[in-house]
Ligand binder design. Structure first.
Ligand code: NAD
Ligand code: UFG
Length: 358
């Protein structure tokens, strides 16, 4: 029997791509999502892409009873925990919502996992936990600090996971710190589908390219960077998805398990992982202007832009040291900025209204 993975937030942008990667790597998956920032259409399309119907449960990670039921009905090996709210600005306006959803929700999930004796978790953390870095590239030992409730919620969960690992060595807790995920599945069937006007750069650019938005505002051209605009480590979402599979493989290897072992007793012994933070980035920085130019070339569309004031809370540059992921997980990002733009454009031009285009 293959190992079964519970994917919380599996209907969302990164979760949906990771479901495909997990399926291709031979895992069984159960998706658990409250659809607060996603749609059934995404789940339907993933089912079509993998050629079989995905087990989907509409539920909230704060609903302990429903979660318990899931762990009773399914023999879960581990959890990939994507479920969370992620809009920085909204988190400043509604901090309690973010702490409740992201922190309390994770506590509930961990409690239910502990009761079910399932102690393998891959958590969606973020480069946001590094705040404004002192040194570039950023490695996992860099100091952590956050300036907004969203970032704090990620940092709080990391601290919780660290404390949990320190008190019970049965836990295997990998925190993947994503840099800037962009791109879409090469089929153009699934991708990022922001609810309102996008906050993030890549969906904003692609919506300008497709004619939904008129003009991009570039927040600041006076940073100490190659061209004055912000520099980020953009990573293709399918590379990111493969990073999750690599993390799971690592977890299994460390525990002397194979993918086919579903015996919970042996699954919880020989544990050596504890809390393990790992960056998922390319290690390369690309400026906002460089990304705009690349997207324009790939799509053949003009991307009108104007320079405007810096956005509060933004930093000049942020890119990963990707060495730990390479050394431990034997994983590295493969896809280029051009491929990130091509796949984003395919998704956006085929689905100008995202999943509502269906
Ligand atoms: P997303 O919003 O597309 O996906 C998150 C999913 O979680 C959504 O489908 C949403 O409906 C679901 N969800 C939210 N709260 C829930 C709850 N209480 N119970 C059940 N389901 C719930 O976001 P994404 O970009 O796919 O991000 C996935 C994870 O990665 C998030 O935790 C996010 O904070 C983290 N992350 C994202 C980025 C990024 O730039 N996209 C960067 C770093 C980290
Ligand atoms: N930018 C613009 N115009 C826009 C949007 C963004 O110029 O309309 C600029 C920003 O100023 C920044 C760069 O593009 O210089 C990237 O901005 P994003 O909003 O796309 O991404 P951030 O690096 O600010 O943050 C993202 C996620 C966070 C996550 C972080 C690290 O939004 O949640 O990456 O993973 F924590």
């Amino acid at each position: 029997m293959k190992n079964k993975i519970l994917v919380t937030g599996g209907a969302g942008y990164i979760g949906s791509h990771t479901c495909i990667a997990l399926h291709e790597a031979g895992y069984d998956i159960v998706v658990y999502d409250n659809l607060s920032n996603s749609s059934r259409e995404a789940v339907r399309r993933v089912s079509t892409l993998i050629g079989q119907s995905i087990e989907f449960i509409e539920g909230d990670i704060r609903d302990a009873e429903l979660l318990k039921q899931v762990f009773t009905e399914h023999q879960i090996f581990g959890v990939m925990h994507f479920a969370g709210l992620k809009a920085v600005g909204e988190s400043v306006a509604k901090p309690l919502l973010y702490y409740n959803n992201n922190v309390s929700g994770t506590i509930t999930l961990l409690e239910v996992m502990a009761a079910a004796n399932v102690k393998n978790l891959v958590f969606s953390s973020s480069a946001t936990v590094y705040g404004d870095p002192d040194v570039l590239p950023i490695d996992e030992s860099a100091k952590r600090s956050c300036t907004n409730p969203y970032g704090q919620s990620k940092l709080m969960v990391e601290h919780m996971l660290q404390d949990l690992a320190a008190t019970d060595e049965g836990w295997n807790l990998i925190a993947l710190r994503y840099f800037n995920p962009v791109g879409a599945h090469p089929s153009g069937q699934i991708g990022e589908d922001p609810n309102d006007i996008p906050n993030n750069l890549m969906p904003y650019i692609s919506q300008v390219a497709v004619g939904k938005l008129k003009k991009l505002s570039i927040f600041g051209n006076d940073y100490a960077t190659v061209d004055g605009t912000g520099v980020r480590d953009f990573i293709h979402v399918t590379d990111l998805a493969q990073g999750h599979v690599a993390a799971l493989n690592y977890l299994e290897q460390q525990k002397g398990l194979t993918k086919d072992c579903s015996d919970k007793e042996s699954a919880n012994k020989n544990s050596t992982i504890g809390f393990l933070p790992i960056n998922l980035g390319t290690g390369k920085g690309t400026s906002v202007l460089e990304l705009v130019t690349a997207f324009s070339e790939v799509s053949g569309q003009d991307i009108p832009y104007q320079f405007s004031a810096r956005r509060a809370g933004d930093i000049a540059s942020c890119y990963a040291s990707a060495d730990k992921a390479k050394d431990l997980l034997n994983w590295e990002a493969k896809l280029s900025i051009t491929e990130m733009c091509q796949d984003t454009w395919r998704w956006q031009s085929k689905n100008p209204r995202g999943y509502h285009s269906a």
